[in-house]
Design a protein around this ligand. Structure first.
Ligand SMILES: Nc1ncnc2c1ncn2[C@@H]1O[C@H](COP(=O)(O)OP(=O)(O)OP(=O)(O)O)[C@@H](O)[C@H]1O
Ligand SMILES: [Mg+2]
Length: 357
């Protein structure tokens, strides 16, 4: 069996499911997709990665939201697993047949790399071919200047239900251009996120750690804000300042996203790290129970451009991320069923400056 093919046992491992699919089918009438046939006409007894989302929809643990959901992954601290969480949520949601589009908003381009952009470019035969390919990549800045349509900048991945809009160096210029625009906090919502919601169930924005105008736009467009909180003393202090900024922002712009905090980089054997984790859990109402620990599998999976359950399905790290995603999803889900999205409060707000953007 190739690494991209999944028999029922391997699929069960990936989704952390302990139920027998036949029993599930009998009990709930949920049907697994039929196996394709090989060249000899025999059923293959395994699904390809392209077929896996239909399997995940039956045996997985994440349900399609009733309404499209936009989530921003952001906190004003670097290296706390924002991109790792985005990658894991994006791939796992897509593998549950939840049509997902990731919007990269960080000039470091980490999520675009993790979703395979560099791999595509590295396959070039020569420098001139590579340069031509690099220069042909279009992103949000081209949508802003009307040089590309939104559809033109969406790229596909190895999972049919997962797409992304790559980061390009022009994101910096876009951030500046937004300053001069009327209703500058609403551009992303109106021109990108709302239109994407017609074709996707989940739109995930991977944010930079610095609060700039793109971040302000992402927060205005988000139904949910997911903030990883590192179980380390520096982030512990940073969290209080961050929470104040978020409260002010919500009040100034009259936006009402749900906030989900995720403890990350826990080292359970370190007393201070374990204490910070407990503090987050006990004092932050919107903090999930599960922490993502420091782990080699976590690092390796990101380097391999995979979610942890795909890379190492039977590891503790995979159990942890599945549980964390389940908790994040159920916290986000309440908002997905909410019909109301805050209306634009008016033109030319200055809140981004007030919040330190
Ligand atoms: N469970 C883990 N334990 C330790 N390191 C991890 C784990 N998961 C991922 N990593 C690694 O930690 C590094 C930082 O993670 P990541 O890029 O997700 O952080 P970030 O918050 O997005 O950073 P930035 O603010 O620079 O965008 C990456 O090299 C990633 O591979
Ligand atoms: Mg990042």
């Amino acid at each position: 069996m190739s690494s991209d093919s999944y028999n029922i046992r391997k699929a069960q491992h990936l989704f952390g499911h302990c139920l027998d699919p036949q029993a599930l089918q009998r009990a709930e009438g949920r049907r697994l997709p039929e196996f394709a046939r090989g060249s000899n006409g025999r059923a293959l007894k395994s699904w390809s990665l392209q077929e896996l989302p239909e399997v995940g929809q039956v045996i997985g643990f994440l349900r399609k939201p009733q309404r499209p959901l936009a989530a921003a992954v952001f906190v004003t601290k670097g290296g706390v697993l924002k991109t790792t969480l985005t990658l894991n949520l994006a791939r796992m949601a897509a593998l549950h047949n939840i049509r997902t589009c990731v919007v990269g908003l960080d000039m470091q381009c980490d999520i675009s790399t993790a979703l395979g952009l560099d791999q595509e470019l590295d396959s070039s035969d020569s420098l001139s071919d590579a340069l031509a390919r690099v220069n042909s990549i279009r992103g949000l800045a081209d949508v802003f200047t009307n040089e590309s349509s939104l559809t033109d900048v969406i790229r596909s991945t190895d999972i049919p239900t997962l797409s992304f809009i790559p980061e390009t160096p022009e994101l910096t210029a876009l951030d500046q251009s937004l300053m001069a625009k009327n209703r500058r906090e609403y551009w992303l919502l109106e021109k990108v996120i709302q239109p994407l919601k017609s074709n996707f169930d989940l739109v995930l924005m991977d944010c930079a750690p610095n609060w700039n105008r793109l971040i302000t736009n992402a927060l205005v467009a988000a139904d949910v804000l997911i903030s990883p909180l590192e179980c380390k003393i520096n982030n512990f202090r940073n969290f209080h300042a961050f929470q104040r900024l978020i409260d002010e922002f919500r009040a100034d712009l009259n936006v009402d996203f749900r906030h989900v905090c995720v403890p990350t980089r826990l080292s359970p054997s370190r007393k201070l790290s374990a204490e910070i984790y407990r503090w987050y859990r006990d004092h932050i109402e919107t903090c999930i129970e599960t922490a993502i620990r420091e782990s080699v599998q976590g690092e390796e999976a990101t380097a391999m451009r995979l979610s942890i359950p795909e890379y190492s399905p039977s590891s503790t790290a995979a159990d942890e991320i599945r549980e964390a995603l389940r908790e994040i999803w159920s916290a986000a889900g309440e908002k997905a069923q909410d019909l109301t999205k805050p209306l634009a409060a008016g033109d030319n707000h200055t809140t981004s400056e007030a919040t330190g953007a």
